[in-house]
Design a protein around this ligand. Structure first.
Ligand SMILES: NC(=O)c1ccc[n+]([C@@H]2O[C@H](COP(=O)([O-])OP(=O)(O)OC[C@H]3O[C@@H](n4cnc5c(N)ncnc54)[C@H](OP(=O)(O)O)[C@@H]3O)[C@@H](O)[C@H]2O)c1
Length: 316
């Protein structure tokens, strides 16, 4: 199949595209900055294209004749013109309208768990508005995916905490330590996307994506510390102390946490049993635990090493 991916140059996209080409598909990746994504150029049957996304019929010309369009574009924190509204809503609507205009049979769209117009953070509200608008377009075979936090080689979760644990001066004040997550392995997210492509029962549907177990943030950071042999003391902060710290940290460049991130964590990022059974029964996804994956890439590996690990896998 010919598959066009928007937002495919990041963590999720790199894993997804690696698997798509290993299954024999040809992939076009649309990016704003092709020069930054040389790692994708080494893959066979991958074409990287930079376009004026909002130019008249420009996107339509790129996806015309493609069988599937996948939109993964997203940000965790806005910066300059890259606002939540721009990346999550405007890009999503542009992609969906272009996909509809050229009669591409299939659109897969990445959302986030707990996304909704009345959600607790602007990240989740913008994801929710985008999801609703994409579903509202008639004549599209669209499936959306709403993951909890995703882990795997090159992730920004365990890797980020590992980095922070290494630079903290012996103790780590942890905001929203009680917030719960059900981390899902990137390979399982990739399987959900790919297995949904030719499944008519997935049309018009959202899948919540969670791993097999849920943990508090404190448990996950402790687990990370154990993997990298850090004896940093984790100091759990409750919600009331977390808010001012998140506000303060949000002022730093490359903020480890912002007020909006804090607001996202006010609601646990976990799924129901029905969500998990849907994922296994309808999409045939077999979930992996963090213990079966994280030690393979986290301990002692830098990002480049992790991507080598990923490239070395022809097949999971
Ligand atoms: N990672 C997680 O734990 C997690 C959890 C829940 C949901 N998600 C969602 O999954 C998707 C992929 O996440 P990720 O972890 O792979 O993120 P990532 O590594 O930061 O990659 C984000 C992608 O978004 C694209 N992008 C950013 N701003 C854009 C814009 N203005 N126009 C077009 N594209 C833009 C980037 O493309 P270029 O820079 O190449 O143009 C990049 O390819 C996102 O929608 C994210 O919200 C991720």
């Amino acid at each position: 199949m010919k598959i066009c991916v928007i937002g495919g140059t990041g963590f999720v996209g790199t894993h997804l595209i690696t698997e798509l080409v290993s299954q024999g598909h040809s992939v076009k990746v649309i990016t704003r900055r092709p020069e930054r994504h040389r790692h994708l150029k080494t893959l066979p049957n991958v074409k990287i294209v930079s376009i004026d996304f909002f130019g008249n019929k420009v996107l339509e010309r790129q996806i015309d004749t493609y069988d599937v369009v996948i939109n993964l574009a997203g940000i965790l924190n806005p910066s300059g013109k890259n606002t939540f509204e721009q990346v999550h809503e405007n890009v999503a609507i542009r992609v969906a309208e272009a996909t509809k205009a050229v009669d591409t049979p299939r659109l897969l769209h990445m959302s986030a768990l707990n996304a909704g117009e009345n959600a607790s953070s602007e990240y989740l509200r913008s994801k929710g508005r985008a999801q609703n608008k994409v579903f509202a377009l008639d004549g599209l075979h669209v499936t959306t995916f709403s993951p909890s936090v995703i882990f795997g080689a090159g992730d920004s979760f365990f890797n980020r905490f590992a980095q922070l644990l290494k630079i903290m001066p012996g103790f780590f004040p942890l905001t929203c330590a009680g917030a719960r997550f059900a981390p899902i392995y990137i390979g399982d997210v990739v399987d959900a996307f790919i297995n949904s492509i030719d499944k008519p029962q997935a049309y018009g549907k959202n899948y919540n994506l969670c791993g097999p177990e849920s943990f508090s943030l404190q448990e996950l950071v402790k687990y990370t510390a154990k993997q990298i042999n850090s004896d940093c003391i984790i100091v759990p902060l409750n919600r009331f102390l977390s808010k001012p710290l998140a506000m303060l940290m949000g002022l730093f460049p490359g903020a480890p946490i912002t007020l909006d991130n804090y607001r996202s964590m006010l609601v646990d990022s976990v799924c129901s049993d029905a969500d998990s059974s849907e994922l296994s029964v309808e999409l045939g996804v077999q979930l992996h635990s963090i213990e079966s994956v994280v030690p393979k890439y986290l301990a002692g590996k830098d990002f480049a090493g992790q991507m080598d690990y990923l490239r070395g896998k022809s097949k999971r």
